[in-house]
Design a protein around this ligand. Sequence first.
Ligand SMILES: *Cc1c(COP(=O)(O)O)cnc(C)c1O
Length: 463
Amino acid sequence: MTTTHDNPYRALPSIDRLVADERLAALVARHGREAVVDLAREVVEGHRQAIEAGAPPSEDPVQAVLDRSAVLRPSLVRVINATGVIIHTNLGRAPLARSAVEAMQRVSSGYSNLEYDLEAGERGSRFTHVERLLCHLTGAEAALAVNNNASAVMLALAALCRGREVIISRGQLVEIGGGFRIPDVLRQSGADLVEVGTTNRTRLADYEAAITDRTAAILRVHPSNFRVIGFTEDTPLADLVRLGRERGLTVIDDLGSGALLDTREFGLAAEPTLQEAVHAGADVVLASGDKLLGGPQAGIAVGRADAIASMRRHPLARAVRMDKGSIAALSATLEHYRRGDAVTEVPVWRMIALEADTLGRRARRWSRACGEHAVAEAGRSTVGGGSLPGEELDTVVCAVTPPDGHASAFAAHLREASPAIIARIEDGRVLLDPRTVDPAEDLHVEITLARLCGRPLPELAAD
Ligand SMILES: *Cc1c(COP(=O)(O)O)cnc(C)c1O
């Protein structure tokens, strides 16, 4: 029998003492004592089992609690996008319209007629909810919305081209980002890729020469995140449609961003719209829901009724179907286009439309919060999200020269704020662009900047 003195269990710390350790004070203040007590219990229990197994632990129990504390913090959190990149893929792409968030909440917090026909009192289809609106807005015969555009591309190819050939220009064999490469998707879908033309030039004759009796489709992919300049030639969609009709081929147009509004009205280059592609006669037009459309993550397919019906019937359609919340949000977003108030209600378009005057006022206020450490100056915002590469919008940024000269450390401190503020660094300065920041968050930005610059907190009053 062991004596009390060499009883190894005596080394176990008491939960109370462990939680009272000053190194855990910040954790207790942030998450409450109860949450930290739970972690402490797990650590002590782990130690007890280790002793039982004859291997007394050597780790510091306080450190063990700290190591486990990541579980108390939600991983996915709101951040403030001060980068000036409107559709920032790493920051969640398009922020949703208020109506979309409300619709999502209404539909998700209870039951809905997701797959129920209220009139007939029987089973319905989740695919019907946005079809009418999409057809109305684009002039297409039929429409289908799935989980995202990558899956819409995959589904279109699997349903319409499997085991047959798909012709694509070498200039469009692109990587969209995150390793999503068009040639890989084609292979996965079971279609055979036939490349034509060169990186910078592909003519109608190149497509024509590649057609065999195994050809199912011509795929056009909008080179959304780069621009080839100089000696280039691209075959217009209308020519491909004419060729496709002559030879009985399906023409699939992957627009990527897929706008419903004309970007030229905002001083930007033309980004192809869904309605233009439908009007030009493409059999299937594909686009993302959360790029220039400004809605939730979704893949939108509009086009000829038989092609869309084949996609809907394909087994993959079940694997890439949309969630009810996203359907509700997409529907509410599309409503704004139907009503004609997308420019004021859909955040992506509201941000595109912001004038430099308004932005200048905000950038100057942010700069004043930094005192002599910042200036407001002309800058450039970008649309991002694989649309309009190289296109910029005039803005005014708050350019901070950090008191200690360390731009990356200053940017890191901005990210430690709650919510985190994401800025960009250029030439040793930290730039913050008000275009992509909700004005309701300006005060948080100002207070954080003032604190990091060692300045008095800004007045609450507007200028
Ligand atoms: C972004 C993009 C995709 C992928 O869309 P997701 O909605 O991100 O899946 C596919 N094709 C093109 C041309 C794109 O720009």
